[in-house]
Design a protein around this ligand. Structure first.
Ligand SMILES: Cc1ncc(COP(=O)(O)O)c(C=O)c1O
Length: 395
């Protein structure tokens, strides 16, 4: 028997990160590879209670098929939370997704054709490249300077089908885009009529000051915003959301309708049980902001531990910036160091990281001297040991 696979499967790759994660399960390996939120930060007791409440008081509804859009009170809660500042979101704009990863896939499915130009930062989130690639777009480098992606790259003359960015504590670079640049990008998106996908799973994980308002606040009719409970509560819940562009323009309404149909075809709806557990938690006086403060304090300590370890151990010529939030350090090594080549050496030494080349798209030459380190999974003492082991492999 031979199976003929669809052409699009040629564009599917297993994520380099997931492959590395398999190896990091070897005993003794200190892994800074996975972007796994600290398990100690999961509100397990509160979720156990909420789960129990849901099953005892609304068990039948929680276990029944549900609407594709998502649980109405949860959509309302999300709209209210996002509307605290300059951006006004209505519940009707919110589509609950199975993680924001599904949001990326749905956007790709309804917006991309073969050859559609998609602007991406370099480096960018690998999972977005994986989600978009099967729809056969052409990835284009979104040119940038020290302040982030350049607004003028959104061009009317050479329109991108969409432009994708992670403006707060990006994965993998850890960088954030300041308010002025966000406003310029939003303005240029309006003037060039370019749809922007703003992926914001890390916005709540700030250490000193919250990030500026999202781009969507400045261009609500242009931006497709993705959010998630993965880094706020727990990724295993697989609950995220898309905020579709505002306004009653026929194309905005068509986009919303098509995203809904695509989701219906993909999984009918995101697990109703999980949505109800989250809603029960949020409704029952659970102090989400207090919980986030605890997570931020933990991650800030781990970030500081990694900053000291990097300064103490890494060889001269390695550079990095201090992330102001999120989960990652992005390290630039001297040109002669190929971090993919050195990975087996590192694994033998009992340490894992993600080589940076995987985060570059299309024809852009991947910077083979870069690597991503997550600081949220190991304790400060383990971080010091892990970075010391890494340094030996880079010397
Ligand atoms: C930038 C970015 N977007 C989206 C996701 C997907 O998150 P989830 O599907 O858990 O919401 C991740 C996960 O690490 C991410 O880093």
């Amino acid at each position: 028997m031979t199976f003929t696979l669809a052409r699009r499967t040629q564009r599917m790759n297993s994520s380099a990160i997931r492959e590395i994660l398999k190896v990091t399960e070897r005993p003794g390996v200190l892994s800074m590879a996975g972007g796994l939120p600290a398990p100690e930060s999961f509100p397990i007791e509160a979720l156990r209670w909420a789960c129990d409440q849901v099953l005892s008081t609304q068990g039948a509804a929680a276990l029944q098929y549900a609407t594709t859009e998502g649980l109405p009170p949860l959509r309302e809660w999300i709209a209210r939370r996002l509307s605290q500042g300059a951006w006004q979101v209505e519940a009707s704009q919110v589509l609950i997704t199975t993680g924001s990863q599904q949001g990326l896939d749905l956007v790709g499915k309804v917006m991309l054709d073969e050859g559609s130009p998609v602007l991406v930062e370099q480096p960018t989130y690998l999972g977005a490249l994986q989600a978009f690639a099967p729809y056969e777009p052409v990835f284009k480098t979104w040119a940038s300077d020290a302040m982030g992606p350049l607004p003028q790259a959104l061009s009317k003359a050479e329109p991108a089908r969409l432009a994708y960015l992670v403006p707060s504590f990006q994965n993998p670079s850890g960088h954030g885009i300041a308010d002025a640049r966000r406003r310029e990008i939003a303005l240029q998106a309006q003037q060039s009529n370019t749809p922007v996908v703003e992926d914001n799973p890390y916005g709540e994980l700030w250490f000193d000051t919250p990030p500026p308002p999202p781009l969507a606040a400045h261009a609500p009719e242009q931006v497709i915003y993705l959010g998630s409970f993965s880094k706020v509560l727990a990724p295993g819940l697989r609950v995220g959301f898309i905020v579709t562009p505002s306004g009653q323009h026929p194309s905005a309404l068509a986009l919303r309708a098509k995203l809904l149909q695509a989701k219906q075809a993909a999984d009918l709806h995101t697990p109703a049980l999980n949505q109800r557990i989250i809603m029960q938690l949020l409704d029952s006086g659970f102090d989400l902001d207090g919980h986030l403060d605890t997570v931020r304090a933990r991650y800030r300590d781990q970030r500081d531990a990694m900053a000291s370890a990097l300064a103490q151990h890494l060889p001269r010529g390695c550079t990095w910036q201090l992330p102001q939030g999120g989960m990652f350090f992005w390290v630039m090594c001297p040109d002669r160091i190929d971090t993919l080549q050195r990975l087996p050496l590192a694994l033998d030494a009992g340490v894992a990281y993600v080589p940076g080349a995987s985060f570059y798209a299309g024809s852009a030459p991947g910077r083979s001297n870069t690597l991503r380190l997550s600081f949220v999974t190991l304790s400060p003492a383990q971080i010091d040991e892990a970075v010391a082991r890494l340094a030996c492999c880079l010397h």
